[in-house]
Design a protein around this ligand. Structure first.
Ligand code: DX5
Ligand code: ZN
Length: 226
């Protein structure tokens, strides 16, 4: 039986106190940490590399690390994130030339592989590689920055992705990323999401535990799709 997973994006955390922030958010009930990797090329912002994952692991963080690559090219950096302790590695299909090879590279290293889709991108890329996908990540903002407004066109797209997952018969997580808050989480769950990235909604709140439990309360009324 699958559970809903809440994955705070550390992009919203106070980087001067990253170890403490991540430990606090996990103690507050988060399930895994979402790591937004931006290269000022695929997206117009520059954030963090594998050394952040290494630092979190060395600090004692044992929760899954959900790495979201917004970089181009993708392949060269994958091994570094695996060595640094990544659990999931997601990338955007339009950021790599050989989609199947990139997925295979992640799987061969024993890591879970995710495909990420921008708000304006179709899900066509899934068609021939679904057997190698462990997570589908649908962006509900254009990638590059935290704190943006939720784009509602992700709702029918989540339903489409859920139906693709059902048809595949595979155990694939459906993650939604961008503008997720206590206000929006229920609608995305109803549309089929089971994994929720939230940056500013959690890290800008004064009480992480209260915010996460309010999110779980919203989810409790929505039976999980399997
Ligand atoms: C955007 C990132 C998101 C972002 C989410 O490019 O992929 O993970 O940090 O932040 P919020 O929850 O603030 O929209
Ligand atoms: Zn992300």
């Amino acid at each position: 039986m699958k559970d809903y997973l809440i994955a705070p994006s550390i992009l919203g955390a106070d980087f001067a106190r990253l170890g403490e922030e991540t430990a606090t958010v996990l103690a507050a009930g988060a399930d895994m940490l979402h790591i937004d990797v931006m290269d000022n090329h695929y997206v117009p912002n520059l954030t963090m590399g594998p050394m952040i994952c290494t630092a979190l692991r060395n600090y004692g963080i044992q929760a899954p690390l959900d790495v979201h690559l917004m970089v181009q090219p993708v392949d060269r950096i994958i091994g570094d994130f695996i060595e640094a302790g990544a659990s999931y590695i997601s990338f955007h299909p339009d950021a790599t030339i050989h989609l199947d090879r990139t997925l295979q590279q992640i799987k061969d290293a024993g890591c879970k592989a995710g495909l990420a889709f921008n708000p304006g991108s179709s899900l066509d890329a899934l068609k021939y590689v679904i057997d190698k996908v462990d997570m589908i990540l649908l962006m509900s903002v254009n990638p590059g920055f935290g704190g943006q407004s939720f784009i509602g066109s992700v709702l029918p797209k989540l339903r489409e992705a859920r139906s693709i997952i059902e048809k595949s018969g595979r155990n694939i997580r459906l993650e939604v990323d961008g503008g997720i808050s206590v206000e929006t989480i229920r609608a995305v769950a109803l549309a089929g999401a089971d994994t929720f990235v939230a940056g500013s909604a959690i890290f800008n709140s004064s009480n992480y535990q209260q915010t996460i439990s309010q999110m779980r309360k919203q989810l409790s009324a929505v039976p999980i799709k399997k």
